[in-house]
Design a protein around this ligand. Sequence first.
Ligand code: 5GP
Length: 188
Amino acid sequence: MPPNRRLTVLSGPSGVGKSTVVAELRRSHPEVWLSVSVTTRKPRPGETHGVEYFFADDAEFDRMVGSGELLEWAEFAGNRYGTPRTPVLERLAAGVPTLLEIDLQGARQVRESMPEALLVFLAPPSWEELERRLRGRGTEPPDVIERRLDAGRVEMAAEKEFDLTLVNTSVQDVCLRLIALLAGTPEV
Ligand code: 5GP
């Protein structure tokens, strides 16, 4: 098994439940290493620096881009997000199952730089359900929700670029399938 095969990328439209899945994985499967991204977005209530994200200002993000510290990065709905490169490479070299939760643009960059990575698309049960979740979560103002829905339409159209799709009908079910994929036993 080539080392990068253990790198799994989880992507999908904003509001589909990626962070709930990741939080559940963090709780139930501490042996999986979840990359912590850097973002210029402001923390939401309950988010802690170094846990969900490293929160950075524009100047710090510029510096990280300039020095090549990011494996990939993208602008999403008005903020920038990126994956610090070194921690990912270290975990992969040590054979640790590694998961990135990133947007479509980032997934495409990983596809280019690490073709062995497994790209997983997390899909909502329906578009209506996605819209309901995104409008209902109350963490973003209406204009930001619209930007995220626009991005969601683009992300939904890119599903076929991924190696496989998991439909988020149950967080536990998605977690079990992801764990099987990370362990290299996708038939489970
Ligand atoms: P949120 O602001 O809701 O936490 O994240 C917005 C979007 O940014 C989500 O689609 C999430 O997957 C994506 N994202 C989070 N971290 C990264 C990253 O490091 N790189 C990229 N390209 N996207 C990211």
